[in-house]
Design a protein around this ligand. Structure first.
Ligand code: NDP
Length: 295
């Protein structure tokens, strides 16, 4: 089976360079998708309290027969569970649904720019969970440089990761640079540009981009594989999502070819500067209200 290289987080914990995402995977399809991923060789699953499928991720883990210690499980606390006590309880909810005593990586799903004190209290709960050994690493998602700096000023554990939108049409190179400067690993969400084709993004799909399809043809690979290589060769961890077994396999088969420096630069040049996901500065608990049920 393919050996996936690891990245080492800033606290020494290792994470596979390529994981499996389950955003928008309906609960009734999650067990099959995650079981397929695990049997293909994926050893990192990225879910979130807000995805409503943590229970099924846990069930797939148990059914797969893969040793729990071999799988890196990441989940996210939703903003309606921010606050010190609330976020400690959010861990209990997620761990209960996953059926795990310990979560490998627990991250804040978004910053709340208008309620940053609450964001800090939520992060302090993550620090407590880390100190208590309930989680092996903690981090953030969708944090812009100004959010990261404010967090670093008020807390003591540097986030292990920042999970942000990165694909050829939206590279966020300023965010990538600030994260790297502080030892925060960049995790690319929508790594093959999913958000450019499952949401109206005002431009064509990354999968049909002529630069990407041209590079794919030159290597006898697919556009998705080329984009995943682009991230990996630039030091980003990736979490492609699919419910389709052939694509789950395709996205995993990216460790036996390499792009040239010119090809990487050609993909870099596709950046449109146009965000697909919600604007991080405008996330509020009112706009994105979601009740996360008990385990
Ligand atoms: P991806 O870039 O992973 O694209 C997923 C889409 O691409 C799906 O429609 C999937 O379809 C399709 N697809 C997958 N593989 C291929 C392939 N080889 N060829 C053609 N089409 C393919 O986007 P996501 O937005 O899902 O991002 C990945 C993960 O990142 C999420 O699942 C989640 O874990 C995380 N994420 C985090 C966010 C955050 O705010 N922190 C926001 C968004 C995502 P199908 O499933 O039908 O095969």
């Amino acid at each position: 089976m393919t050996q996936v290289p690891d990245f080492t987080l800033n606290n020494g914990v290792t994470i596979p360079a390529l994981g499996f995402g389950v955003f928008q995977t309906p609960p009734e399809q999650t067990i099959a998708a995650v079981e397929t991923a695990l049997s293909t060789g994926y050893r990192h699953i990225d879910t979130a309290a807000a995805y409503g499928n943590e229970r099924e991720v846990g069930e797939a883990l148990r059914r797969s027969g893969v040793d729990r210690e071999q799988v890196f499980v990441e989940t996210k606390v939703w903003i309606t569970d921010y606050g010190y006590e609330e976020t400690l309880h959010a861990f209990t909810k997620s761990a209960g649904k996953l059926g795990l005593d310990r979560i490998d990586l627990l991250i804040l799903h978004q910053a709340l720019p208008d309620e940053f004190d609450l964001t800090i209290r939520a992060y302090k709960a993550l620090e407590t969970l880390l100190g208590d050994g309930k989680v092996r690493a903690i981090g953030v998602s969708n944090f812009m440089p100004q959010h990261l700096i404010r967090l670093l000023e008020a807390t003591s554990v540097v986030p292990a990761v920042n999970q942000i939108e990165v694909h050829p049409y939206f590279r966020q190179s300023d965010v990538l640079a600030v994260d790297s400067e502080h030892g925060v690993l960049n995790q690319a969400w929508s790594p093959i540009g999913g958000i450019t084709f499952y949401r109206d993004s005002g431009h064509t799909s990354t999968l049909e981009d002529p630069v990407i399809t041209g590079i794919a043809a030159a290597h006898d690979r697919t556009p998705a594989q080329v984009m995943l290589r682009w991230h990996l060769q630039q030091g980003r961890q990736v979490i492609p999502k699919s419910v389709t077994p052939s694509r789950i396999a395709e996205n995993f088969a990216v460790f036996d070819f390499a792009l040239t420096a010119d090809e990487l630069a050609a993909i870099d040049a596709l950046d449109t500067g146009k965000r697909g996901g919600p604007e991080p500065e405008r996330i509020t608990r009112e706009n994105f209200a979601l009740n996360i049920p008990e385990a």
